[in-house]
Write a protein that binds this ligand. Structure first.
Ligand code: FES
Length: 120
């Protein structure tokens, strides 16, 4: 496990995603209730930034991000595509919020992915 500082919790939006560079990866972060979800900021269909799309509630309470280019949707918890044309999942990462010097800071574990998908 290798937790790396990503941003402050106050910077992470709801209903959209924040692009953050964490070590060699760019991640898309969003809030899901009290949780912070992190997915690689790279659509598995044609490699554009997912963070430029909207984040919306999906079926069964899923938190989905929609690719702005062709409309694929991905469950931000599992990374699984839930709408075509994408058919491959996107890597998701574990996050942790820590109190640090009076503010809440988001850390991401970039050493392993939650869903076993190898990030590009
Ligand atoms: S590039 Fe994302 S759906 Fe095509």
């Amino acid at each position: 496990m290798s937790l790396v500082r990503a941003c402050t919790l106050a910077e992470v939006p709801s209903g959209e995603a924040l692009a953050v560079d964490v070590e060699e990866y760019t991640l898309a972060l969003t809030r899901d209730g009290d949780a912070v979800l992190a997915i690689q900021d790279l659509c598995s269909h044609a490699a554009v930034a997912l963070s430029e799309g909207d984040v919306e509630a999906g079926p069964d309470g899923a938190c989905e991000i929609e690719c702005w280019l062709h409309g694929s949707r991905f469950d931000m918890r599992s990374g699984a595509p839930s709408g075509l044309p994408a058919t491959s999942p996107v890597a998701t990462f574990r996050t942790e919020v820590r109190d640090e010097d009076g503010q809440q800071v988001v850390y991401v574990d970039v050493a392993t992915t939650l869903n076993g998908v190898r990030p590009d």
